[in-house]
Structure formats: structure tokens, C-alpha cells
Design a protein around this ligand. Sequence first.
Ligand SMILES: Cc1ncc(C[n+]2csc(CCOP(=O)(O)OP(=O)(O)O)c2C)c(N)n1
Ligand SMILES: [Mg+2]
Length: 800
Amino acid sequence: MAALSSADLKILAELEKKVLWLSSWTIHHANHIRENADGLKVGGHQASSASLAAIMTALYFHALRPQDRVAVKPHASPNFHAIQYLLGKQTREKLEGFRGYKGAQSYPSRTKDTDDVDFSTGSVGLGVAQTLFSSLTQDYVRSHFPSDKPEGRMVALVGDAEMDEGNIFEAMLEGWKQGLRNCWWVIDYNRQSLDAVIREGLWARYEALFKAFGWDVVIVKHGELQHAAFKEPGGEALRSWINNCPNQLYSALTFQGGAAWRKRLMNDLGDQGPVSKLIDKRSDDELAKLMGNLGGHDLPSLIEAFDAAGKHDRPTCFICYTIKGSGLALAGHKDNHAGMMTPAQMEALRTSMSIRAGHEWDKFEGLTTPAKELQAFLDRAPFATREQRRYQAQRIEVPSDLAVAIQPTMSTQFGFGALLNELGRGDSDFVKRIVTTSPDVTVSTNLGPWVNRRNLFAREKMADTFKSERIASTFNWEFAPTGQHIELGIAENNLFIALSALGLSHSINGERLFPIGTLYDPFIARGLDALNYACYQEARFILVATPSGITLAGEGGAHQSIGTPLIGMAQDGLAAFEPAYVDELAAIMAWAFDYIQKDGEGAPSERNWLRDETGGSVYLRLSTRPIEQIKRTVTPELRQAIIDGAYWMRKPGPNCQVIVAYTGAVAPEAIEAVGLMGEDRRDVGLLAVTSADRLNAGWAAAQRARERGLVHARSHIERLMAEVPPHCGIVTVCDAHPATLGWLGAIHGHRTRALGVEHFGQTGSIGDLYRHYGIDANAIVAGAEAIAPGRPIRYLKALP
Ligand SMILES: Cc1ncc(C[n+]2csc(CCOP(=O)(O)OP(=O)(O)O)c2C)c(N)n1
Ligand SMILES: [Mg+2]
């Protein structure tokens, strides 16, 4: 980074002013001028944005390089869009449409914004952690696929109240374990949250914490004006007053302005001597400017800090003192989070910035440097590059069939381990790009055999002492730069954010990875917002959740998931499957490796009405229950049906009165029940559901298509259910909330009894629990008898 000349610094100061104006104006325009027709109260966020105007100016127009990637604090989105506008990467139309339909997004969005957002943000804390895991991903990629491209730095612009989010600390600990580099977190230390002014002295906690985790900490507290004043006679007294001033008071005085500062400072410090002189010689405006000249608003101080840290790759936290709303009429007021400047206040700001009415969007309006020079400076900014910052990695050839030896009895979790173990023998480009990760449940989710073959990843080799000491162990725990498993601590949030980072590698690093994360199914809930976050920014990964449901039996209610299939159905960007058999799992995984690479256009397929060409991530809900496997060949038709979400294990006949639809580990109960009913109910059908999620999505899409005139649109489940006579009843059963399959009856209006689990699980044998919760064969038969009247079913065992 070249040092800045004073002419350049002057230009930067003008640009800072411009960023402040444009972001305030964009919000004003969205809220006051383009009036909100819905009468909704939409947040102001002018103050949040203003807080970071100088920091972002220094970064984007000076310190950042094209290879760097940034997570912008959600409420600084207008700054980001304004900066991209100045760099010629954002349109006026989008800015005018801020918060409107298809306009610039309220919070930076990788997928919805068009101005090259690196990481989406919105849910505070997650974007911050994303930068950390993106740095680790970059190291992983560099280690496996060496490149001459310069290493990027992953930068988060962090609100100080955002630091309350626990996931940030979880990430920091993981970063320390993994030898984090190339990561900057710039804390906007404005000492305000949404509701109020934050606790005193937090900076010292942050400093200690970051240092404990191995980070450099740079405190950018005072600007140049303050430093100069401290050197004047009496200056030391001013310094110590500032250092001891409570946050609330500093904010309140800032809001009140120069006269209030004078009164307070004279009261506290007036000495009829040098300090009084220091204060007296400044006008009210100059005094306000001096007191507002905190480090985070001072370009020379910021540039010095960024330039110094730019010389090394150590993770660095900058604590930049700022004032929320700096430069605006809202500055410092504790209620300013949702606050909006009034039209009159905006008018005053416009005039003070020499912006003519009607020229509010003009890039260089009101600046004193000639437009040509400003433009030339912008063109020179390293970040202004026209080179592509978002990559498109090539599609990697994946096998259409995955080999696995089907044993007579096995669980889907065991099958998953066996499938990966088999893949682990290979040496194709595809296999080299698989990266597995797990929050301390590698062994218990059956990733062990894969890890034995492919090792754990670390930038430096680390031997397995048990192995070198010749102590027998099933697992080889060796770390190597070529290792393909990233072992995480238990924090599930970290798993999802790691998947979010690994799953964007094709776009961020230009190298495609096939990330597979494993965890226990109930603990998805622990990282749910992070999972949603990963999906929102279109990261691509396979999530393997096992064990699941009450089928886990002896482990009890704390480990037994109930609602996760509904999460799988409702989560956008995630195709959820719950296979019962290992051949189904093999078909789904082979498909998934292809699916997670797709990024085509969104037209739905006329076969199943799913938008498979757009791709997405995949969630597999697996089980540890060994079940008898079916000896069969998976024909192309069966394979397709498994992927589409269901197939007839037994077709309903013309005289059918009832069908059973099941998903997952309860397959043996469903089969048994159909057998039991055989003598008293004719032609009973058995529907094997492998993905309630995809069936449901296809059904909704086909209905929509018909309503829009495509009268022949039929989804996969509609075609299957068309074979069920209208008078038939349906019993659905799954080891999860009954709503997972309960909707099947709505497709063609069949009477339905949905069995499942509605209450916390408990310990017991599978038999005990299935009986207790009513998902055993007996309950299925009882359900069938209730909705498909006929003669009593003879083999109905007495209900306990
Ligand atoms: C997970 C989550 N919880 C709550 C919010 C609502 N929220 C948005 S900003 C904010 C406070 C932010 O304060 P800070 O990070 O200090 O930023 P500042 O407002 O000072 O700019 C809150 C609570 C959110 N966006 N995400
Ligand atoms: Mg704050």
C-alpha cells in the first residue's frame, strides 16, 4: 500500500463526506420521499451507517485489495451501496429503490444485490464469524490447490453491540485452534446498541479476549486533531478527561453540540490557566469538531492503523472509537438507532454540504476537488478493479453411482460411513475435493473410516501420539496439510458457518469443494440461524444429521429430534431427504454431489416441478437403527423416484381401501403393518417416502403452474397419489412430527391419519418407544382401521 499524499488525503476526506451524504440520502429517499405505502415503520439506520463512514472510506478507497472479502455490518448497507455507486458498480436506480422491490437491499445480500456483496449479513454476529471461517477455508484451499493468486484478507465490519453474539466467541476459539491468519475485524466502537448506550469499559474486555485468542489488537481511539490538542499546554488534562468520560455523557454532549461541550469542559477542567485557554481559543464548532475527532472518524489515524496491519497476516482486531450518527443531527442520541433525520434536518445537511436541490445523486456534487481528479483517484483505488472478484469454478465430474456393499442388515448411518470409506479409496479430482467436517462427533457419526484414509487437515503436520506409541486404536488421528477432514470443537454454530465458508469456495476462491458436515440431528436447532444464513447466501454443502428421532431410543429425550424434518421442508436452499435403505442413500448422495454444483436458471422441470437446475444444499436425516435391507437392483426409474421423493414399495390395487406412507427408520413397522392388514384389507399400498420436502415443493410448484395456465403440470407425488382410489384412507408414519407427511391427504382429498412424535422422547428400547408414541405396526393398523372402515382387522394386537 502506497503512503497517501496530502492531496490524496484531501480527496479521501471529500469521499468520506460523500459516503455520509449518499447513505443518509438513500435512507431518507427510501423512507420520506418514496413513501412507504404500507404504513410500516421501517428502521432509520442513518446513525449506524454514519458511524462507519470514515472506516469504510479508508478501507474501500485505500486499504482493501481486490482479493480481500468483506462482511459489512448489516446497518452499514447504505454506505456499502454508496461506495459501490462511487466506484461505478452500483446504479442510481437501485439506490433510489433502496428497501424497495428489487432495489438495493436493506442488508448486504450476496444473492439479491447486484453490486458484488462478498458476504451477506443481517443476523448480527454471523457475517463476522463467516470471515474467520473464510480465512480458514482459504488456507485449506491453498494447501490443497496451490496458486500464485495473492492471498485475500477476510474483513468484518463489526458493531460493538454485535460483539454480544456468542457465536463470535465460539468462532474465535476455533480460529485460535486452527491457526487463523488473514482476518481483520474492525469494531465500530460507538458505544451504542439498538436500545441504548452500552456498558463502560468494554474495550478492555475485548482487548483481553482478542489477545487471549492470539489476535493483534489495535486501538484507534483519538484522531489527529485530538492528538494535536493533547500536545498543547493543558492537553494532558483534556486527554485524561476524555479517557475517563462515561459513554453516556460523551454521547449526550456530542448530541448537544459545541456550547454544551464548552460548559461541561469548563466546569470539569477550567483552571484559569492552560486548559481554559485550550478550550477558549476554539469556537463552539471547533470544539465540537475536536471532541468528535475520535480515531474511527479520522482518516489519517485509520489509514495508519490499516497500513501497519497490512504488513503481516496475523489476525487483527481494530477497536475504532466512533460516534453513532457522527456528522448528522442524530449524532450521539441514545434513541438514534431507528431515528430518521427530519426533512428539515436533511435540508440543512444538504445545504451544509453545498449540494444543490435536484442534484442529490450527483456523484461529485458539493465537493471542491475537480471531478476529473476525483474520478482519477477512484479509478486508482485498488478495490476499483474491474477484474472478476467472484469466481465460477468448473463443474467437477462426479460418479453417477456410488459403490457400497449392502449387508443384509444395516443402518443408514453405517451406510453413510461405508459410502465415504469407499470414496476414500479413490483418487479422482472429485474425491480430492471432498472435505468433511464435524463438531466433535466425527467418530459417532461414522466419519471415522473416511478420516482414517484421508487424515485431518492442519497447515502443519501433527502425528497421532497413540499411533507412534503403538497403542491400539480404531482411529488414526493424524493431521497433515493434505488432510481432508476439518475437526471442529462442539459448537454447532461453527459447523454451519464453516459449511457456509467451505460451501462458497467455488465463488470466493475459484476452487470447488464438496463439503460434508455431520452432526447429531437434534443439534441442528443449535445452529439453525447459521444454517439459514449459509443457505441464504447460497453456500453449497451436504449436511448429514445422525442419529435422529426417538429411534435413538436409549439416549433419551435430550438427544431425540422431533421437528427437524419440518425444518428440512421449510428451509429454502436445502433439499431434505430421509432414506430408509442404504441403496436409497447411495442414490441420493450421488445425486447430491451433482446437485450442490448446479447454478443454472430457475425454470422448474416439467417432470417433478422442482427447480433442480438452480442447485442447492442437501440435508440427509439418517439413523443408527440397523434394518433389514431389500435385495433389489436400483433401476434408473427407481433411482429417479428416490431422488424425486417417493416410490411405491407396494402399489395400491384397484380395491385398495387404505395405503400406508412412511419415511425413514420406521420402514419395518410400515411393512409389518401392511402385512398384518393383508387379510382384512385388500390391495393395501405402501408408499416409501424418501423426501417429504421435495414432494411438497413439487406439489406446490405444480399447483402454481396450473393456476398460471399450464393445465398439464403434475408433480411427482400427484402422479403417485393419482393411483390411489378416491375412497381410500392414508396412514402416514414417521419418526418425527406427524405434520411431515400429514399433508399427503390434501393432494387428492384422501382421508388421512398422520402418526408421528409430538412429545419429548425418553429412554427405552425402540419397541417401547414406538409403542408409547404410537408409531409401531400396531398403531398403524389401528389408524388404518379408524379411517378405512371395514371388517375388524384380525391381527390387530391388543393396544397396551
Ligand atoms: C441476531 C440479531 N438479533 C437482533 C438484531 C436486531 N439488531 C439490529 S442492529 C442491533 C444493534 C446493533 O448495535 P451495534 O452492533 O452496536 O451497531 P450500531 O447500531 O451501533 O451501528 C440489533 C439488536 C439483528 N439484526 N440480528
Ligand atoms: Mg454500536
